[in-house]
Design a protein around this ligand. Structure first.
Ligand SMILES: C[S@@+](CC[C@H](N)C(=O)[O-])C[C@H]1O[C@@H](n2cnc3c(N)ncnc32)[C@H](O)[C@@H]1O
Length: 228
């Protein structure tokens, strides 16, 4: 009997990340990977690779939301929400007003089936003036983005999308694995500093977690900023 081999999305996307450091990758290559990976993404990431990003980021955000007096019905946008792992972690912490946006309809379909998000829509981060995100300015009190600011995915310009969607005074939280943050060409740190200098946001907190994914060999940094 002929059986179809399971698509190893983790290894495929890992290779795209390596390629991004050398000759570069296209959005089409990334899209093809996520179309094929959407159904097995959570099993690969959570069970096979003990992905800690969503839980760690949600915890960092929840701590600061409490400090800043945000309640559990605060409007939160999960950018690059994928299949909804961050939504799961926010719900576990009592939050119940979460919307999501992602590039890939196939990933959004999985998130939708969970029934934990309000609005879920297709949109692309990192476009000039945030035009392709499809979300108006100052719509949310809080935003979170995990696993999406990384090699072959959303470049540093995508940080503008966080500033765009959150009201002045609101909070944004995001995680970036060290492999991407420390790549000289990534420009994430420079962009974070630039947004401080331009008075768009101010630093609130950062946290280092030693293990991001088993097999990655490095950790990740998590940041919280307040929009000005
Ligand atoms: C590694 S997954 C992370 C998903 C989820 N946040 C998590 O932590 O499980 C990266 C996600 O980024 C999305 N993505 C990639 N490029 C994007 C873009 N330009 N705009 C919005 N989402 C994008 C992918 O479709 C994918 O769902």
């Amino acid at each position: 009997m002929h059986t179809m081999a399971t698509f190893d999305g983790y290894t495929h996307v890992d290779k795209l990340m390596e390629k991004a450091l050398k000759e570069g990758t296209t959005k089409e290559e990334l899209k093809e990977a996520y179309v094929a990976w959407s159904k097995t993404y959570e099993k690969d990431m959570c069970i096979n690779h003990s992905y800690s990003g969503p839980a760690v980021a949600a915890e960092q955000l929840a701590q600061q939301m409490k400090e800043f007096g945000y309640t559990d019905d605060t409007r939160i946008l999960d950018l690059g929400c994928g299949t909804g792992l961050v939504g799961d972690e926010l719900v576990n912490r009592g939050y119940k007003n979460i919307d999501g946006v992602d590039l890939m309809p196939e990933m959004l379909e999985v998130a939708k089936a969970k029934g934990i998000y309000g609005l879920l829509q297709q949109g692309s981060m990192g476009s000039p003036e945030c035009k392709d995100l499809g979300i108006g300015a100052n719509q949310y009190d809080v935003a979170i983005c995990v696993g999406t600011f990384t090699l072959a995915h959303v470049k540093s310009e995508g940080l503008d999308d966080l500033v765009h969607v959150v009201k002045p005074g609101g909070l944004v939280a995001f995680g970036i694995r060290e492999r991407a943050l420390d790549a000289p060409q990534s420009g994430y740190r420079e962009k974070m500093d630039q947004l401080c200098k331009e008075g768009k946001w101010k630093f609130v907190a950062k946290h280092h977690e030693a293990v991001y994914l088993t097999g990655d060999g490095a950790g990740a940094w998590y940041f919280v900023y307040q929009i000005l």
